[in-house]
Structures are given as C-alpha cells and as structure tokens.
Write a protein that binds this ligand. Sequence first.
Ligand code: DGY
Length: 318
Amino acid sequence: MTRVVATQTLPWGALDDLANRVELDVVSETGAPDPEVLRGRVAEAEGLLCLLTDRIDTALLDAAPALRVISTVSVGVDHIDVHTARARAIPVGHTPGVLAETTADLAFALLLAAARRVAEGDRLVRAGDWRPERVWAPDMLVGPDVHGATLGLIGLGAIARAVARRARGFGMRVIAWNRTPRAVEGVECHPFETVLEGSDFLSVHVARTAETTGLIAAAELARMPRHATLINTARGGIVDEDALAAALEAGHLAGAALDVFDEEPMAPDHPLLAAPGTTLTPHIGSASRATRGRMIALAIENLEAGLRGDPLPHAVTD
Ligand code: DGY
C-alpha cells in the first residue's frame, strides 16, 4: 500500500476515507509536530500532507527519498522549499481559489474594526473603563469614515479583487498596485508609491517571496498619510513589524489591523502588542467551517493525483 505521512490530524474526520486507501501515518494528534519528529517519520513516505505550520525544507526533503508528492492545506507555500522539490521532480499542491471570499471577509472585517475601533471599544468595556461620567462623549473612540475613503490594494489577485468588491459596496474608491498591471472593474491601477501615498486604508495581498519580504518597511510607511491604516491578511514578513510598531508609536500611522506575523505566535514582548491603534488576530483569514473543509478536500485531491502520477488539480507553478 502507498505510504502517506500527514503531519497532523485534521478535523471533522477528514482523513478517514484517505486512511482506507493508503497506509496513513499521522505524526501528531495535537497540532504541528516537532520538525525533528517529522523528519524521523518520512523515510518511506511517498506522499506528504502538510500545513502552513510545517517547515518543508531541504533537511526534510533529504529525509524523504521516496517522496512523490507534497500537498499543503494552504494557498501560501512560503513554508515549502518549492525550488528543491522541483529540482527533485516532486510536485507541490496547494489550495488557491477556495479561500478568496472568506479571507476577503476577514480583511474587510479588520478594516472596519480598525476604523471604528471595535477591539479597542471591547477592551475598554471589559476593563471596566466605560464610566458613568463618560458614557457618551463627542470625541469618544472616534475614527475615520469608511464610506467615501480610498482603499489601496497591494496585489490584485483573487483575494484583493474580492476585497475590492466589498469596498465598492461600502462606497469606497479603490486603487491598486500589482506587479503586472491588470484591468479590474472599479479599480484604478497606479504605481506602488502612488498607492502608498493615496490610500486612507492600505490592504496587503501579495504572496510572501524573496521579492516581497520587507516590501513595506520604514521608507514605505513614511510615504503613507498620517491618518492611514494598514491591513495585512496575506503573510507576515511582507510588512516590517518593527518599523510598523515605530510608525504607530510615533503617531505616523493611525492604525494597523493584522492577521499574519513574521513569527507565529508572536513573542510576548513583540512591539506590536504594545503599539497604539492595533487590531490583531491569530491567522484566521480562511477560518470558516466551509472554507476549511474545501481546503482540506482540495489538498487530499492534490495528494491522490500526485500518488497516481497524474497532474495535480492545483499545482504550484512558480
Ligand atoms: C493560506 O492558505 O495560505 C492561508 O494563510 C490560510 O489562511
């Protein structure tokens, strides 16, 4: 029987059918496995089913000489050494498309929450700071309007386009930068700097690659208007987090709403935890029950296609 390693168990009995068709070794029942433990289990693996929390690097690939397919339950593949896998003719499958609308929902939720200071209001109420002498005040927790504001998109892939549709429904103007300009109804394409300088809200939607790591650092943040808010539901590391915390501390930016971080979970002394105007969530962009189910199903389809020697329905191409 074909031997498959799943790095961890998946919810809703998602691995049950697969376990009837292959010899399935589930490395961890309690979340992401220790990398060394994982390395010790892949010697005979022909298929590998992994998550974005697993580091599929050269050391892991060296330990898995029989590997014929890697399938990740994620659209992002920055945790996989795709270059080495390609050199070894191991196809890599991922899950594009199915999570675009759900992730756009979260990006827009973060935009609204940051603008209208929802998390801050919640913290104030829970801390007992909603006081009788200040039940309602004209300047209490005021923020910018969303309607009529300009949303800038960095990247114009499926998630960005889904965010643009939501923004237009809220009466926003939408401008965007994409590596290769593309025509999208209701979206004006501009150079990168123009989008930085002209956005009241700036939402990041590029994959993390060597080129996009640190794409938005101190110099880029300094170009943004002082009243602007940055939203990132793409990947940590695209925005320089120390520079962002410094910009918020200095009052250069009004806010940041982030779902992804360079290191996850972040260290307890991470500067963004103390920076003003932050709304932080734990990488939940695609976290609807239906979308997570579709991601898992697609990942299993990719895996089984690779094991059969067929082209993967959703292979990573570059
Ligand atoms: C992905 O699939 O890459 C997302 O970050 C998961 O939400």
